[in-house]
Ligand binder design. Structure first.
Ligand code: PHE
Length: 464
């Protein structure tokens, strides 16, 4: 049978947009602001910036170049590079999105629920008077979380069925500009609210006292950067495999890092001032910002309610933004799974999408029902969603460290650098790249791994 021609992006802009759309997700909108608040504002931002431009950039060009060189998704890329013994790395980087996708889609389902709740609110209805009660009764409801997850999964799979150019590219072309516009609009609206200054100062001015341990700040920023840039999940390898040879890998990578970091910092401007203002009004103290996952689904709805008549609209726009961010990230993860199945089994795209969809819904049901009807199922004492999340937080640094070790010591950095020069541009960071990929990246990644294990087993009071 003749091998079908590999899909490709229509150009460099389409590729950057797709990779940025994958990178910009719940991590930027919700996790970055609360980590910044927890780790001394400006200190965290500075560390994050430094790490993204060095480690983030290194890992990003590595993955994209592996994909473009091999023209394969992560599962078969290592064999195509001529190192079949390292194929297990492809298997590991396929396991990561296969296990993250189901619970990411459960959270995507939560976002759909909030989007519809705010839609009702702007249309004059009610239902969100008690945000804590709303959240609790939703996640423990017998069917709601499952149905929302299934809808979220079906929509992202529908985009994937349409293919790389007609599905993913077009969806990003619609969602990303709207997302950016709304994020800038909301940040400006918040900055103009009376009393926003204190929150902005709290966010930007470095507070050295709140970061008692710089090591924790660095590890927190590094873990966040990984997640935020969608690294070690096979996504960038798969997306790189659709990249044209005439486009520049380093230039695209810088743009992806810049876009992702810009939206993360912008989200802080959107969220932190309103939460600080709300905390001052309600006497809740700054602990409100540190509410972790509850920040998005409980604290923010309370904050929106306190904004008066405008609150319903602000909440609605905010959840449209979150919904788009979650969709584009889920689409990239679904694509990484679908591409792996297609490349490995040589089956048609539609069949692969159906298989991935079935897998996602079945495995996702564990997390979707995990707070309600199946709450008794608690692996290692954790709700299913938290269990999958923690295990993946351990697996991703392992995969990233192994990819660096493989490129640094087995494949040789020269191969990646040669791929970076294919479009004819000069590469001025050869030594930097070799040192990063051989020594710095594996060590730093190992540090995240150890801290993650300490956090899970509660050793030494580590909490990132
Ligand atoms: N990078 C995305 C974010 O910042 C998250 C993500 C994780 C996307 C895994 C794809 C895969 O939210």
């Amino acid at each position: 049978m003749e091998k079908p021609k590999r899909a490709s992006w229509s150009g460099s802009v389409a590729f950057v947009l797709a990779a940025a759309a994958s990178a910009i997700g719940l991590g930027n909108l919700w996790r970055f602001p609360y980590l910044a608040a927890r780790y001394g504002g400006g200190v965290f931002i500075a560390v994050y910036l430094a790490l993204s431009l060095t480690l983030g950039f290194t890992l990003l060009i590595t993955e994209i170049a592996i994909g473009r060189y091999s023209r394969q998704s992560q599962l078969t890329a290592f064999r195509a590079l001529g190192h079949p013994r390292w194929n297990f790395l492809g298997v590991l980087s396929t396991i990561v999105p296969l296990f993250i996708l189901p619970y990411y889609n459960v959270i995507g389902g939560w976002v759909i629920k909030y989007f519809t709740a705010y839609l009702k609110l702007v249309a004059g209805g009610g239902g969100l008077e008690n945000p804590q009660g709303f959240f609790d009764s939703f996640i423990t409801a017998p069917w709601d979380p499952f149905v929302c997850m299934a809808i979220f999964t079906a929509v992202s799979c529908a985009v994937i069925v349409m293919g790389v150019k007609n599905g993913i590219e077009k969806a990003n072309l619609v969602m990303m500009p709207i997302l950016l516009l709304m994020a800038v609009g909301l940040a400006v609206y918040v900055a103009l609210l009376p009393g926003a200054g204190e929150g902005i100062r709290f966010y930007l001015i470095p507070d050295f006292s709140s970061c008692d341990n710089l090591g924790k700040v660095i590890l927190g920023a590094m873990g966040q950067m990984f997640y935020s840039l969608s690294l070690a999940m096979g996504i960038m390898i798969t997306y790189g495999s659709y990249m044209r040879r005439c486009d520049s890998v380093p230039k695209a990578s810088v743009r992806i890092v810049a876009a992702d970091t810009f939206v993360a910092i912008l989200s802080g401007f959107m969220i932190i001032p309103v939460v600080v203002m709300f905390a001052a009004k309600s006497g809740g103290g700054r602990a409100a910002i540190d509410a972790g996952p509850g920040l998005m689904f409980v604290t923010l709805p309370k904050v929106f309610a306190s904004l008066g008549a405008a609150g319903a609209w602000v909440g609605f726009l905010f959840f449209v933004l979150v919904l788009f961010a979650a969709f584009t990230s889920a689409i990239s993860m679904t694509e990484a799974c679908v591409a792996a199945v297609c490349d490995f089994f040589h089956i048609r795209r539609n069949a692969a999408v159906s298989a991935v969809m079935l897998w996602t819904v079945v495995l996702g049901s564990l997390s979707a029902f995990g707070y309600g009807r199946w709450a008794v199922f608690k692996p290692f004492g954790l709700p299913a969603l938290d269990f999958f999340d923690s295990s993946m937080n351990v697996l991703t640094p392992i995969v990233a460290a192994l990819i660096c070790a493989f490129v640094g010591w087995v494949l040789h950095p020269k191969r990646i650098l040669a791929e970076c020069q294919r479009d004819g541009s000069a590469v001025g960071f050869r030594l930097f790249y070799a040192v990063m990929v051989k020594f710095v990246a594996p060590l730093l990644v190992l540090a995240i791994l150890i801290s993650e294990i300490c956090r899970i087993f509660n050793i030494g009071g580590w909490r990132i």
